[in-house]
Structure formats: C-alpha cells, structure tokens
Ligand binder design. Structure first.
Ligand code: NAG
Ligand code: NAG
Length: 364
C-alpha cells in the first residue's frame, strides 16, 4: 500500500510502545482471567467540581471515540467516600445536553436518548465494591455502528461542595476494561421501579409492577434488589404460560445495591413472558411515603442483568424499563381478560398471609 520505510519504522516503534504499555497494564492490574484476549484499562476522571447544593447530581459525558478499544467487558469505580453517595454508569447513543459536564438532577431517569445501557455503579450502602467483570462471552460494543456514542458518569454528592479545590482529589474515577475483539453476547439490564406512595399507617403495603417481554430471548445472570428503610420484602418472578419462576425473594438490606448471581447460572426470558415484581413495605408513621429519588422517599428497584445474542443489534433501541404506580393493583387487574391466574393467586395468597410456597404452580 505504498507505505514508506520511514512510516513503517514509525509504525513499528509506535506498536512496540503501545504493546509495552498495554502489556504492563495487562500483566500488572488486569483482573480479567482470560488468556486469549488483550484487555486495556481506560481511566475516566470526573474533575474536581462545584456542587451547588446538598444532594447534587453531576454528570459527565465522554465520547467513545476517545478510547483506543471499542468493546467494554467490565469496569471499576473509585470515589472519595466522604463526599460521594452514589455513582451510576451508563452508555448512550445521545444525551440530553451539549455540555460535557453538567448538573443533571433534573434529567434523572432520562439522561440518555436512543439506545442506552445502565450498569449500576458504586454506592456507600453496598458491601461489595469489587470490580465488575462481565462473563467471559459478554461485552458491549461501543461506537456509531452500535448506536452507543457516549459513556456517562453520574455522581451523587452528599453535601454541597462550594470550593472544588477543597477536595483531596478528583471525586470519581471510572476504569473501563476494554477489548478489541467483540464477544458473542451483548450486555443489557432491565430496571423496575414504582411511582405513587405508601399510605400512612400501613403494616403490609404492596407495590406491584408487571411488564410483558416484547424483546428477543435473553438470559438473566445477575440481579440487584433495592428498597429504602421501609422495605420488608422484594420479589421478582418470570411468568410463562401461567407458571411463575422465582428470580428472587429477599429482605432488602438497608439501601444496598449488592449484586447476586442467579442460582444455577442463568434464567431465560422469552418473548411473551410476563415480568412481575412486588415490594412489601411497613409504614407505621402518620405520613405517606412517596416513591422518588430522595433519601427519605421509597424505592422498589429490581435490576436484572442479562445477555443476548450480540448480532441482535436493534433488539433494545431504548433503555429497558418497567414501572407501575404503586396505587394500581397490576398483578391482578379488574378486567378479567387481562388477568394472569398465577399472579392473581400470588396476590390473593399475600392478602391471606399465606406463604407463597403454598400456591400451586410456582417453580422455585
Ligand atoms: C483518581 O485518579 C487520580 C490519578 O491517578 C488520583 O490522583 C486520585 O486520587 C484518584 N481519585 C480517587 C477518588 O480515587
Ligand atoms: C401452555 O400450557 C398449556 C397447558 O399445559 C399447553 O397446552 C400449551 O401448549 C402451553 N403453551 C405454551 C406456549 O407453552
């Protein structure tokens, strides 16, 4: 291709330099235990920044064209724990502003436009802050062809930061683990949440969520369940042909987002399945508690992390969410035509305080 000798020499020298620096990264700090792949670490630092008020959310967008490699296979997050409550990581096709760094509290829940993937992140309530490493055959292909053009880091600050120079370092560092080769399966996550409120003086209030799966077949391999302090129980089921498969039934642990591997490896979701989530709360106080973002609000969040065929590039053109108003009894709607027998049974069983294990048709 007519490359001059001098160019070749330059290319060779560069390659050797690149190889050396990558090998160092690879050998010294790469936590990914694959032998055939070359994994590079890309570090993104959110700069020291002013946060006008307590409870500020600041976002930073980085174009993926700034990275050497294009296949994301994991990440780790480091924060200044004294000032940072929570960090969330996402990749999106587009995002809401033109700015690279902005106050994004008012954009919460709709920062991305078009295709997007959320990854969870870091928070002060979870016990495990280990690196997040996707399974060996799972990745996220970044770039224009895959409609994923930006990495977004969102940092939730506890207190106002009037003087950014008072911070001992930059508040958030995200290291992306990347490979050059794509992998067989793509990563995605479906997030469940409630709106509405928990009435005052309720011993046993249930917020229910359901959605019908319209996407391609996927395999769930990990989940995290999250409520705030009134949460007593969080349940997630996949309902197929009137049979409920249990994903999780657990007591939420004080606002944590700890991730749990699915028992037995994976659980499938097929087109036509119904995803059903329910949170049970105790609110003995004289005031209702709203679902929302604040620390004194409540949440009913389940995140299911799944893998699907990477060739299905258009399978999830937007973020994958499922939500309902806690005042609507969506597990067993009034209209008989919309009812799913096993969910009506589960709702009834809970009303009768019967253990769900007693209900016919549930496979644990
Ligand atoms: C982020 O990285 C920089 C450069 O390595 C380091 O000085 C700083 O302490 C890091 N910040 C955190 C919160 O780990
Ligand atoms: C659902 O279950 C019924 C009754 O067991 C069965 O006849 C039917 O084929 C099943 N449908 C599917 C899609 O599996």
């Amino acid at each position: 291709m007519g490359m001059k000798a001098v160019d070749v020499k330059w290319v060779l020298e560069r390659s050797v330099l690149i190889l050396i620096s990558m090998c160092l990264t690879y050998v010294c700090s790469n936590p990914i235990k694959t032998t055939s792949e070359f994994v590079s670490n890309t570090i993104i630092q959110m700069p020291r920044i002013r946060a006008q008020k307590p409870d500020s959310y600041m976002c930073m967008a980085v174009p993926v064209t700034e990275f050497g490699f294009s296949n994301l296979v994991g990440f780790k997050i480091k924060v200044i724990e004294e000032v940072v409550h929570h960090v969330a990581l996402a990749v999106c096709e587009e995002y809401v502003t033109e700015q690279r760094l902005w106050d994004c509290k008012s954009n919460h829940g709709h920062i991305c436009k078009g295709r997007s993937i959320t990854f969870g992140g870091w928070d002060g309530w979870s016990k495990h802050h280990a690196d997040t490493i996707f399974p060996d055959d799972v990745g996220v292909q970044l770039g224009k062809d895959f409609k994923l053009n930006y990495v977004i880091i969102q940092t939730h600050f506890q207190e106002a930061i009037q003087d950014p120079d008072s911070l001992k370092s930059n508040p958030t560092n995200v290291t992306l683990f990347m490979t050059q080769e794509s992998r067989k399966y793509s990563y995605q996550q479906v997030n469940f949440f409630s709106s509405g409120y928990i009435p005052a003086f309720s011993e046993d209030f249930r917020a229910e969520i359901t959605c019908k799966w319209g996407g391609v077949p996927v395999n769930v391999y990990e989940y995290s369940a999250h409520t705030h302090d009134s949460g007593q129980l969080l349940e997630g089921y996949i309902v197929r042909n009137n049979t409920a498969f249990l994903v999780t039934k657990e007591n939420p642990k004080g606002k944590s987002h700890d991730r749990t591997k699915v028992k037995g490896g994976t659980i499938e979701i097929r087109p036509g399945d119904i995803l059903a989530v329910r949170c049970t709360y105790k609110n003995t106080g004289p005031n209702k508690i709203s679902f929302g973002l604040g620390g004194s609000d409540e949440m009913c969040n389940l995140a299911l992390t799944f893998e699907y065929d990477a060739k299905e590039i258009t399978a999830f053109p937007e973020s994958v969410k499922c939500s309902a108003d806690a005042q609507d009894k969506v597990w067993c709607p009034r209209n008989a035509g919309d009812q799913v027998g096993v969910l009506c049974d589960l709702q009834q069983a809970a009303n009768n305080n019967m253990a769900p294990e007693d209900v016919h048709g549930i496979i644990m």
